[in-house]
Design a protein around this ligand. Structure first.
Ligand code: NAD
Length: 321
């Protein structure tokens, strides 16, 4: 049976992940409303271009504003008659959170609380939000499972995301809100974030500058292609009920050195590597146990060889390299 179109509010929809999800939802006929404050954490022109160029020709409703603005959030829910919410707006970035922890808590916690309040008031059918693999901190047991205790975050960013998971449970318990926290594992792909490794590396390599390789390259990740993140998030939006926490990550563990190698191959240029020690707040290894999300029929399909190729094609065209 064909799915009835729904109206989905995407917070942070001008962001990397949000714009990719918006496109997929609109491609299948859903209507999308975005709230984003286009903040200057990284070049807001890239955010504007995601709306203007990447989402060109799509009919969406855009609100420029802050999720902490209670009045505005209330007005959006009321006038737009939102069915479901994908809440991604946040201050992202582990390292930056050490510089301004108050801002991270204000946006990530108080902003999320605002949205949960509005979701309950307006009887939202499903509320899916971005948590992060960083909640696992220095978890020694691999792969990281949703059943593992995550009571010892090692950055303000991770602590803010863990707090969101706790508050979300409260709102489910008291008000019966359907709410799922998705723990995203290192996302990459076209229209990506300039503060993330792949982007920083591409920028440095093309300009002939050395790249910083932390923990002397002894790192590995379940790098997750943004398309897989979008399909997984939408599967949860469609099917998840009650309260849940779910990992969403690629199913192959790649080393940082292999990630750099594939990037070098695609850029046709070798990187000058500056080997550095581990950074505070960072972790050497993240591997996702994704069995829970697989049960909803989702699986990641993009390997880094294909994903990085797509990223480099976009990067070269967008920055006219
Ligand atoms: N990219 C990853 O690898 C990754 C990994 C784990 C978790 N996450 C989480 O996923 C979500 C999306 O991440 P992303 O990579 O797309 O980041 P992004 O920074 O590209 O997107 C976030 C968007 O939210 C907006 N925003 C920030 N504060 C806001 C506020 N107060 N009001 C309104 N809008 C605001 C920003 O302008 C931005 O466009 C975030 O919650 C992030 O913490 C991302």
């Amino acid at each position: 049976m064909k799915k009835k179109p729904e109206k989905v509010l995407i917070t942070g929809g001008a962001g990397f992940i949000g714009s990719n999800i918006a496109k997929k939802l609109m491609d299948r006929g859903d209507r999308v409303v975005i709230i984003d404050n286009f903040n200057g954490y990284y070049d807001p022109q890239l955010k504007r271009d995601r709306i203007k160029k990447f989402l060109k020709g799509y009919k969406l409703k855009l609100y420029k504003g802050d999720i902490r603005d209670e009045k505005l959030v209330g007005r959006i829910f009321k006038t737009e008659k939102i069915d479901k919410v994908i809440h991604l707006a946040a201050m992202a970035g582990v390292r930056n959170s050490l510089l301004d922890p108050k801002l991270y808590f204000d946006v990530n916690v108080m902003g999320s609380l605002n949205l949960l309040e509005a979701a309950v008031k307006h009887k939202i059918k499903n509320f899916v939000f971005a948590s992060s693999s960083s909640v696992y901190g220095n978890n020694k047991k691999l792969p990281f499972s949703e059943a593992d205790p995550v009571d010892t975050p090692i950055s303000p960013y991770a602590a803010s995301k863990k707090t969101d998971e706790l508050i979300a449970h409260t709102y489910h318990h008291i008000y019966g809100l359907n709410v799922t926290a998705l723990r995203y594992f290192t996302v990459y792909g076209p229209w990506g974030r300039p503060d993330m490794a792949l982007f920083l590396f591409a920028d440095a390599i093309t300009k002939g500058r050395p790249i910083n390789v932390f923990n002397r390259g002894k790192m590995s990740r379940n790098f997750t292609y943004v398309d897989d993140i979008a399909t997984g998030t939408i599967a949860v939006l469609d099917k998840a009920k009650g309260y849940g926490v779910m990992n969403i990550g690629g199913d192959r563990e790649d080393t940082l050195m292999r990630y750099i190698e594939v990037l070098e191959e695609n850029l046709g240029k070798k990187a000058k590597k500056k080997m550095l020690p581990m950074q505070p707040g960072d972790v050497p290894k993240t591997v996702a146990d994704i069995r829970k999300l697989r049960r909803l029929g989702w699986k990641p399909t993009t390997r880094i060889e294909e994903g990085i190729k797509n990223f480099v094609e976009w990067y070269k065209e967008y920055y006219r390299v």
